[in-house]
Design a protein around this ligand. Structure first.
Ligand code: GLU
Length: 471
């Protein structure tokens, strides 16, 4: 449905890494704006000066762009601190209208007056008509009556009785606004029609809805997306779980796989389809179809998903996407020893075997290193007495024979024969050769690997392994 007046907003705080929960909120806001021809606004909520840092803002913008939401896709970025005067003005306006009042109670005084500390502030200063001053907080007067009813697109009707809402603080004694107010003032000023965010903000929502009304505006459409949980049904936490978009990017998740997976948290496009490009999802998505129960962020499933996406790439594209992992810092080979042509030849074999792009490195390192790096466990397993020396010796003999054509098919046939002579099936006979050449027991198809490595380098490695075994 086209409705260009729809304005959503993504309002992250630049206080840490870009969390998967942020990414999910971002996508919901972006999809809702896109499907209606409306606009998504990006607002950086940087009013917490102690915790906000410019590099986190950079990280937000970079992670967004990685996910495909670059600066052409949103209005902004705006900085919340730039609107500080507006926040103060709104707070003073509410006070002038008698909708907010100053309070000088300390926490201890409030506690002393209440037998049940959970009840919160008791409204003691409501009619004391205090002036502004140091240590005095401006509180919003919860109106008589109630309940406040939040009509949430995802959770349905949520009622908040007014006796459970205290007169909450909207500004400090020095005039600066608190988050709960600043967030609303910005939304009002920016003409936001849909507030779509994580469930953790639901408890703010009745207060914010009352603020919208007190400021003389019709509240927006609300939607609170379910919390994300790990395999133990615990809320995802940065201390316990891998939540930073940056880590997923570094490991070699494809952004389109990540976007697809994030959209499936609490929602499905129907007809049992899961793999679907975002452009196809946009017209199918409806906030009201999102499930309100906690959504399992299943890293294993995401990984499998990513593997599917990798396999679906054109080989050339796969090669291109691997480039940062092959030429960057930290590769185990000398940069000048990397050979793009050789990689292009092995790429189709590797493509079907990696679930994340960074796994490409241990799969192809044997091609670009002078000698393989032996994994000692693999070595012990493959080079058992009665197998290692015998197979390596036989392989060296038949692979040295210039009459043997150096192609995967012939190499396989020759090793099959050598193995049979020792009473070994090909699977068993391959292991010592594979470890000698690549350093590991698992990897890409062996004979194609040998073909690419070439006769001379293969023989050098087989001989070196035999030496290592006999010494
Ligand atoms: N800055 C808030 C956060 O990052 C978002 C608040 C909102 O979306 O209303 O959690």
């Amino acid at each position: 449905m086209t409705d260009t007046s729809i304005r959503t907003r993504f309002a992250p705080s630049p206080t840490g890494m870009f969390h998967v929960g942020n990414a999910r909120s971002l996508l919901l806001n972006w999809v809702v704006a896109r499907q209606s021809g409306g606009t998504m606004v990006l607002r950086i909520e940087d009013t917490d000066a102690a915790r906000s840092r410019p590099e986190w803002t950079e990280g937000i913008l970079a992670a967004m762009a990685w996910l495909g939401v670059d600066s052409t896709q949103y209005e902004g970025p705006y900085s919340q601190t730039d609107a500080a005067d507006k926040h103060t003005e709104a707070a003073q306006g509410l006070r002038k209208e008698g909708l907010a009042y100053y309070c000088d109670c300390t926490r201890d005084q409030v506690q002393a007056r209440r037998d049940n500390p959970n009840l919160g502030y008791d409204g003691f200063c409501r009619d004391r008509v205090l002036d502004a001053g140091p240590g005095r907080a401006l509180r919003f007067r919860i109106p008589e009556g109630g309940p406040t009813v939040v009509e949430d697109q995802i959770r349905g009707r949520v009622e908040f009785p007014h006796d459970a809402l205290e007169d909450f603080v909207i500004a400090r004694g020095d005039g600066t606004a608190l988050f709960v107010l600043a967030n609303v003032v910005d939304d009002v000023q920016m003409g936001i029609t849909h507030v779509i965010r994580g469930e953790e903000h639901l408890s703010n929502t009745p207060k914010q809805q009352l603020l919208w009304e007190a400021l003389g505006h019709i509240p927006p459409v609300w939607a609170h997306a379910p919390v994300l949980v790990n395999d133990k049904r615990q809320k995802l936490s940065k201390r316990r779980d891998k939540v930073a978009m940056e880590s997923y990017q570094a490991e070699g998740y494809l952004p389109e796989a990540m976007v697809n997976y994030l959209m499936l948290l609490g929602w499905a496009p129907g007809e049992d389809r899961e793999i679907m490009p975002i452009e196809e999802m946009i017209p199918l998505f409806h906030l009201v179809d999102v499930n309100s129960s906690p959504a399992f962020f299943d890293e294993k499933k995401l990984r499998a998903f990513n593997g599917d996406y990798i396999r679906a790439l054109e080989v050339d594209e796969f090669v291109k996407r691997c480039a940062p992992y092959l030429g960057g810092e930290g590769v185990p080979w000398r940069i000048e020893d990397f050979d793009a042509d050789v990689f292009a030849q092995i790429a189709p074999l590797a493509q079907s075997r990696v679930a994340v792009l960074s796994e490409i490195v241990p799969n192809v390192d044997f091609l670009f290193l002078d000698a393989p790096v032996f994994d000692e466990k693999s070595w012990a397993k493959a080079m058992k007495p009665g197998v290692g020396v015998e197979i390596l010796t036989a392989a060296i003999a038949s692979y040295s024979d210039e009459a043997l054509s150096w192609d995967a098919e012939s190499l396989k046939g020759a090793l099959e024969q050598a193995g049979a002579a020792q009473g070994l099936k090909l699977g068993k006979a391959q292991a010592p050769v594979r470890v000698a050449v690549t350093g590991r027991t698992v990897g890409l198809p062996l004979f194609e690997s040998l073909e690419l490595l070439g006769r001379e380098r293969t023989l050098t490695r087989l001989k070196a392994a035999l030496n290592r075994l006999s010494s």
